[in-house]
Design a binder for this molecule. Structure first.
Ligand code: ADP
Ligand code: MG
Length: 231
């Protein structure tokens, strides 16, 4: 039996990111450090324009930092090829956006199957896992529905199921409930926290909803380009 030592699922080290703006530069991240342990949920609460999406995109290997290192588990990623980054992103990272980005032509179940099949899982296994995940998120009776036939909250729950379909180490969600009414947001958030508890994945969720943030293990904000712990 192995002793459960908490391990870092995600580690950002001295991350810098700047954008050219007219004559000058916009310094968004200035040596940001941020570690999230396995099984830990963290709310990222900061005003618009402070760099939440930038931070999540860099953590999810969707965007390159200008300096610093991103570790997914023990693996440093800055020096990896695009192909290797893509592989890690597919296997170890799940991303949920504010707008669900589901494929409209496909059913809920197929949307959750796709990332698994891209990864090489046989169709039957992908279908089974998709069914289990969607049922777990309360969508067992919506498997055949297309995104357009689902409510906003249901769409986001499908997007969450899709994000965790390959059992990633890290789940990154960028204002996943920002588009929903408070009651629905609450429901989606509950589903998300349940999943974090059940799977031991690490989750970072950018949100403006302080009630929801209070239910996460930790809260952080962005201040002058750094990740700062909140009470
Ligand atoms: P948040 O998600 O907290 O609202 P973002 O990470 O989206 O903030 O953006 C942080 C800042 O960086 C904003 O001022 C935004 O305009 C700027 N920014 C983001 N992406 C780019 C880009 N690709 N090019 C130039 N500026 C950008
Ligand atoms: Mg944003």
């Amino acid at each position: 039996m192995s002793t459960a030592h908490p391990k870092a699922a995600l580690r950002l080290e001295s991350i810098e990111r700047r954008y050219a703006q007219g004559e000058g530069t916009l310094e968004i991240l200035r040596g940001a450090n941020f570690t999230v342990m396995e099984g830990q949920s963290v709310a990222l609460v900061a005003p618009s324009g402070t760099g939440k999406s930038t931070l999540l995109h860099i953590a999810g290997l969707l965007e390159h930092q200008d300096a610093g290192e991103v570790f997914i588990g023990d693996t440093g990623t800055a020096g990896l090829s695009d192909a290797e980054r893509t592989r890690i992103r597919r296997v170890d990272v799940g991303f949920v956006y504010q707008f669900h980005h589901l494929l409209p032509e496909f059913s809920a179940q197929e949307n959750v199957m796709l990332p698994q099949m891209i990864r090489g899982l046989p169709r039957r296994e992908a279908a089974q896992r998709a069914k289990e995940l969607l049922s777990y998120l309360g969508l067992g009776k919506r498997l055949e529905h297309r995104p357009g036939e689902l409510s906003g909250g249901e769409q986001q729950r499908v997007a969450i199921a899709r994000a965790v379909a390959n059992a990633p180490r890290v789940l990154l969600a960028d204002e996943p409930t920002g588009n929903l009414d408070p009651h629905t947001a609450d429901h989606v958030f509950h589903a998300l926290s349940q999943l974090v508890e059940a799977t031991g994945l690490a989750a970072v969720i950018a949100t403006h909803n302080l009630d929801l943030a209070d239910r996460m293990h930790r809260r952080v904000t962005l201040r002058e380009g750094q990740v700062v712990e909140l009470a």
